[in-house]
Design a protein around this ligand. Structure first.
Ligand code: F6P
Length: 537
């Protein structure tokens, strides 16, 4: 990796000047070029990415691509896929892409294939009922116990692929909130439930507490000996799993070169494979691999992760946009924004560069979103008429899964209409014309019209995919993974560590100990007061 301060590149300086010339140009003006839609669309397999409704010209794109070149993006991609320790602060390679590489020369091919085949055998046996619980009954329910990357990816994918699900009921316990655990286990039958404990480190407080509580509940019902048929674990920490009481044959390993938030492709995806069957799990992996190949091979000006990342940099660093919305027009993807929050914000929320210097430019964007059309009736008001610039990804599918055209046309009409409305807005003249046409009095028109104006010029990227399948979902997730990588390269930060989550964890441990002796605890006045009140209650 080149470790270049992006703001010191020629391209950055030019982009700054260029920004001054384009910042006030309305998208409507840019669309006077009748070829614009074609010029700014990438057509790849079953994806069509139309980024023409972004506040860019061909010159913007050229300069952004020049920025990618100056920071050494091509070499960085080689290092990423080549297994270099690009997660330098943890001394690790970042090789989640190897988990979905079926090529002969794939990294760690033998280990990966072996683990995949044990996932396949295990999931087949659970799904077809060959594996029985301790009392001889078939498994009906699967509970994934994990947090962060050991929860968000699996839960997002299981929800997204609900249409492809089998008879197993899948549940997720993540929060250390004991009420959450009780709400999940209260209706479960221990005789027919499989618990999958997922923790890369097997040191995470939330997961260990939840697993211990569930284990106690289970042992009370069926006894210690029954654990072997009902508990499996996914981790790199085999010793800790054994100490927890799970036998080595019930462990699905993973590796340090797979980051938690990029781990759904590994054994961490066990609950996905259980929920939808191994073939669909493999299709998910293969779809992601297709996107990996596209990312590695497509020229940058026709490369979906590269272009979408550059757009993000453009808004973040030149327009000063602080957040980005992700709006999937399918209820199936309702957990995608939450999943992306960890993937993107834990990766690129950094303020020290790869040379160890404090950064004086903006990095990680804030990600948020909800499915459309629900989000239209919630926060779209702010995107349309608020004071903030919020670039948004609109993700939609040409076909619905159950084939209800009437509903799908309505859903997609909204999908297309919103991006058009965000772009064009509505001028005061249009408002006045519309109100007079509707017979509104002149006085009321004067009073009302300013509130009904939409400035427009709100950027969106439309990601239109044929159909929500395991493969297209895999490609979509991989697209965002690589987008994260490209942004990290440009911002000259380490995207694959997460030191920022440590301080809170450390303090929480301290507070837990202090609960026993608050008088001798050392906290600021506010915290001390709150702890005392809490303990008195
Ligand atoms: O939130 C910090 C983090 O380390 C994430 O990166 C990770 O996904 C999560 O905790 C869970 O970690 P583990 O899988 O080791 O329990």
């Amino acid at each position: 990796m080149k470790n270049v301060n992006p703001t010191q590149t020629k391209a950055w300086q030019q982009l700054q000047l260029h920004y001054e010339t384009i910042k006030s140009t309305h998208l409507k003006t840019l669309f006077e070029d009748e070829n614009r839609a074609k010029t700014f669309t990438i057509d790849w397999q079953d994806f069509l990415v139309d980024y023409s409704k972004n506040r860019i010209s061909e010159e913007t794109r050229t300069l952004l691509l020049q920025l990618a070149e100056e920071v050494g993006l091509a070499e960085a991609i080689d290092s990423y896929f080549g297994g270099d320790a690009i997660n330098a602060t943890e001394g690790r390679a970042v090789m989640h892409t190897a988990l979905r590489d079926y090529g002969d020369n794939a990294f760690a091919k033998a280990e990966v294939s072996q683990v995949k085949s044990s996932i396949q055998q295990f999931t087949d046996r659970i799904i077809n009922g060959e594996h029985k619980g301790a009392t001889g009954k078939k498994i009906t329910d699967v509970v994934n116990i994990g947090i962060g990357g050991s929860d968000l990816g699996p839960v997002m994918v299981v929800e997204a692929l609900q249409y492809y699900k089998n008879h197993l009921n899948t549940h997720f316990i993540s929060n250390v909130d004991g009420d959450h655990v009780m709400e999940i286990i209260k209706d479960l039958d221990p005789e027919t439930t499989l618990f999958v404990i997922v923790s890369k480190t097997f040191t995470t407080q939330e997961t260990l507490s939840n697993a211990t509580t569930v284990r106690e509940w289970f042992v009370n019902a069926l006894g210690e000996k029954a654990i072997g048929s009902h508990f499996v674990a996914v981790s790199t920490n085999l010793e800790a799993i054994q100490n927890f009481g799970i036998a080595s044959e019930n462990v699905f390993p993973m590796w340090n070169w797979v980051g938690g938030r990029f781990s759904l492709w590994s054994s961490v995806g066990l609950s996905i494979a259980l929920a939808v069957g191994y073939d669909h799990f493999e299709a998910l992996l293969k779809g992601a691999h297709e996107m990996d190949v596209h990312f590695k091979q497509a020229p940058f000006d026709n490369n979906i992760p590269v272009i979408t990342a550059l757009l993000s940099v453009w808004y973040n660093n030149f327009f000063g946009a602080e957040s980005e919305a992700v709006i999937p027009y399918t209820q199936y993807l309702h957990r995608l924004p939450a999943y992306l929050q960890q993937a993107i914000m834990e990766s690129n929320g950094k303020s020290v560069d790869r040379n160890g210097n404090l950064i004086d430019y903006e990095t990680g964007n804030i990600i948020w979103g909800e499915p459309g059309t629900n989000s239209q009736h919630a926060f779209f008001q702010l995107i349309h008429q608020g004071t903030k610039l919020i670039p948004a990804d609109f993700i939609g599918f040409k076909k619905s899964l159950y084939g209800n055209t009437d509903h799908h046309d309505k859903l997609m009409a909204n999908f297309f209409a919103q991006t058009e409305a965000l772009m064009n807005g509505k001028t005061i003249d249009e408002v006045v014309r519309e109100l007079s046409k509707n017979g509104v009095s002149q006085k009321d028109i004067e009073q009302l019209s300013p509130f009904k104006v939409f400035s427009g010029n709100k950027p969106t990227t439309t990601i239109l995919i044929d159909k929500l399948t395991p493969a297209s979902l895999g490609a979509l997730i991989a697209m965002y993974e690589h987008k994260i990588f490209v942004q990290g390269v440009i911002w000259n930060i380490y995207s694959y560590d997460q030191w920022g989550v440590e301080l809170g964890k450390q303090l929480a441990k301290q507070v837990l100990t202090d609960f026993n002796d608050l008088e001798n605890a050392h906290h600021d006045g506010s915290t001390q007061q709150l702890l005392t009140l809490y303990k008195k209650s």
